[in-house]
Design a protein around this ligand. Structure first.
Ligand SMILES: Cc1cc2nc3c(=O)[nH]c(=O)nc-3n(C[C@H](O)[C@H](O)[C@H](O)COP(=O)(O)O)c2cc1C
Length: 172
């Protein structure tokens, strides 16, 4: 059983997690912008996506490739400022066709926001958003940035991949 990692990110943290998972599992990793990124060649998939503006940045690609994603084991990891929470689950759920969401294990990872790497416009949008954010810690993160990158947090994904690999041995 062959597996692969497909990721969508903008500022490097989702890519960093995808590369850590690849190093730990030996699975190939593809940016979804790569025209060679074809999920139909693999039997199990690890899909990684940043959360931007309360949704998964990979959502359009998932909808466009839906038929290639059905009938395959799937793990989804999200990378966000928010930690695991009901609001994060809502953002993930609304980004996915509900039947597909039921077929995925979701692992929530926390990323990085470096204000010096985003445009002036994005900084203004984040500042505006912070004015309406009822959560004090999230408000501070939006205003000043954060770095929650944590290599150890990929552990649940490595355990799931080990299970896929185990079932591969049992099938053979
Ligand atoms: C424009 C913008 C919008 C964001 N919106 C959210 C959001 O709605 N919820 C959240 O938890 N984090 C949000 N974040 C934080 C990102 O999820 C976080 O920085 C993530 O690590 C980005 O992944 P990337 O480096 O792969 O692009 C946002 C960041 C940016 C720059």
């Amino acid at each position: 059983m062959k597996g692969a990692i497909f990721f969508s990110g903008k500022y490097g943290s989702t890519e960093q997690y995808a590369n850590w998972i690849s190093e730990a599992t030996g699975l190939p990793v593809f940016d979804i912008k790569d025209p060679n990124a074809d999920p139909s060649k693999y039997e199990y998939l690890i899909l990684g996506s940043s959360i931007l503006y309360f949704g998964l940045s990979i959502r359009k690609w998932i909808k466009a490739n839906r038929s290639k994603l059905e009938n395959r084991a799937k793990i989804l990891f999200s990378v966000s400022g928010a930690g695991p929470s009901a609001k994060l689950n809502r953002w993930v759920a609304k980004s996915l066709p509900s039947e597909l969401a039921l077929q995925m294990e979701h692992v929530a990872l926390r990323g990085r926001l470096d204000h010096s790497k985003v445009s002036w416009w994005v900084r203004q949008i984040l500042w505006m958003g912070s004015l309406f954010n009822p959560d004090a810690a999230a408000r501070k993160d939006e205003r000043y940035g954060f770095d929650y990158m944590d290599k150890d947090s990929i552990e649940p994904i490595l355990r799931l991949v080990a299970q896929f690999k185990q079932s591969e041995v049992l099938v053979e």
